[in-house]
Design a protein around this ligand. Structure first.
Ligand code: UD1
Length: 433
């Protein structure tokens, strides 16, 4: 049979994970540095003429993409196994290419530090993504409050600071919703502004606190990160720093769920319990036993009970663990209710879980999940990063083989997920084509 040229590439390039389900896990899983923190901390290199060295950097494609974007501004990037050094001494461009920003939404957050350092920045609108429309209006409103003139034309956000010194000035910003990205963009912008900035209704996420700690390590003046009111007193210049990124709370949560869905005992480390409060209490409510030991946590799971959960900004239940937790609830005894309140299109994994035998009824942004005795292996598609992780978890617990496609999403946020899970007893094979 002849395969036509138009069809051949699709047939050949279809990398997937094949998971043979039903294996108990045991041992210890190591958590990498936080992707979402690392991406934003990398952008902070734009604020200084001195090198920024970041440690505990996870080996992810998103990190490489951010390095490429910073390189387009003139930053020199050097990368090792788990560190990255960023030298922003000589910035050559204040404009980011569309293709790069479109491939990594978080790169839009560079607009804050670029503007603070150069007085001008042009970044294409990142657009929506698989999970929703994802506006950036809060970033733009905040930058205007700091004195920037911002226009949006032909899909590009152009910002300039008028006046002789092209320096932003401090101001009061009230975020309409506690956007993580807007809080981070504005903290970086305010770090080099003239005077004091107060961000009201700021995001409380641990990644915001990590950014504040880095800015302080660079000589910045930041108070109140982790509370709804963050005060930043701008300084003339920031210096370099050597800084370790916090552990990834979403990867840690995914590992705890891997233990729960396989009814296993696992130690997950390093893990900061305060970063996972809502998730840990839901795991306990589901019947898991948890034991913290200072650096990590041991989870033991046997019978899993149904429960209700609703995603919320931190310290509420994180939207990034909604899909993985739903995989667990699909195997619980009883009917659970899961409400997604943060992103309008983040329940696409429901259809894929149903293909694996899950019993789920949808009503708007709410899923009613009736647990079944066994999921059954099937070919499934991860529709975004966390949905892909949810499919892997479901595959661990399912009868037979689950084939998960959509690895381009998974590899953005999980460092060698199959290698780590295989090291504790999972049977997962990456098939390249
Ligand atoms: C970050 C995380 C992402 C996580 C999300 C919510 C990074 C790189 N990504 O994304 O993994 O899922 O937080 O915890 O850190 N919103 C507006 N207007 C705006 C900005 C946001 O209405 O101008 C809304 C969004 O539509 C959404 C909510 O605010 O409903 C939260 O979004 P936001 O906190 O901004 O998410 P990100 O920072 O993009």
């Amino acid at each position: 049979m002849t395969v036509t040229a138009a069809v051949a590439p699709q047939l050949m390039v279809n990398p997937r994970l094949e998971i043979l389900g039903g294996h108990r896990l045991s041992g210890e899983l190591r958590v990498s540095g936080a992707k979402n923190s690392a991406l934003v901390l990398m952008a902070a290199c734009l604020l200084s003429t001195q090198p920024l060295r970041l440690r505990n950097i996870p080996p992810l494609t998103d990190i490489a993409a951010m390095g490429e974007i910073l390189g387009a501004f003139g930053v020199k990037v050097e990368r090792g196994a788990d560190w990255i050094e960023l030298d922003g001494a000589h910035l050559t461009h204040s404009t980011a290419p569309y293709e790069l920003v479109n491939s990594l939404r978080a790169s839009f957050f560079c607009i804050g530090p670029l503007l603070a350092r150069l007085g001008v920045a042009k970044i294409p609108l990142p657009g929506g993504c698989q999970i929703g429309s994802r506006p950036v209006i809060e970033h733009v409103r905040g930058l205007k409050a700091l004195g920037a003139q911002v226009t949006i034309d032909h899909g590009v956000v152009s910002a300039v600071v008028p006046g002789r010194g092209h320096r932003l000035h401090g101001g009061h910003i009230h975020l309409e919703c506690p956007s993580v990205g807007a809080t981070e963009t504005l903290m970086m912008a305010a770090a080099l502004a003239d005077g004091e900035t107060v961000i009201h209704n700021a995001a409380l996420e641990p990644e915001v606190v990590d950014l504040a700690s880095l800015l302080i390590a660079m000589g910045g003046k930041v108070r109140g990160a982790g509370t709804p009111t963050i005060t930043i007193v701008g300084v003339e210049r920031l210096h370099g720093a050597d800084y370790a990124v916090i552990p990834d709370r979403i990867e840690a949560g995914t590992f705890l769920l891997a233990a729960a869905i396989t009814r296993s005992e696992l130690r997950v480390a390093p893990l900061i319990p305060d970063h996972l409060g809502a998730v840990l209490s839901k795991l306990e409510e589901a019947g898991c036993s948890l034991e913290a030991d200072g650096i990590g946590m041991t989870i033991r799971a046997d019978r899993i009970e149904a429960l209700d959960l609703r995603t919320q900004p931190f310290p509420g239940f994180p939207t990034d663990l909604q899909a993985p937790f739903m995989s667990l609830l699909a195997t619980a005894s009883g009917t659970s209710m899961v409400v997604e309140t943060i992103f309008e299109n983040r329940l696409q994994h429901v259809a894929e879980l149903q293909r694996m035998g899950a019993s789920i009824r949808m009503q708007g942004n709410t899923a009613f999940v009736e647990g079944v005795a066994r999921l059954s292996g099937a070919p499934v598609q991860g529709t975004d990063l966390r949905a892909s992780a949810a499919m892997v978890l479901a595959g661990l617990a399912a009868d037979g083989t689950t084939s998960v496609q959509g690895l381009e999403f998974l590899d953005r946020g999980y460092a060698d997920l199959e290698g780590k899970l295989n090291s504790v007893g999972a049977v997962i094979r990456r098939v390249h084509g």
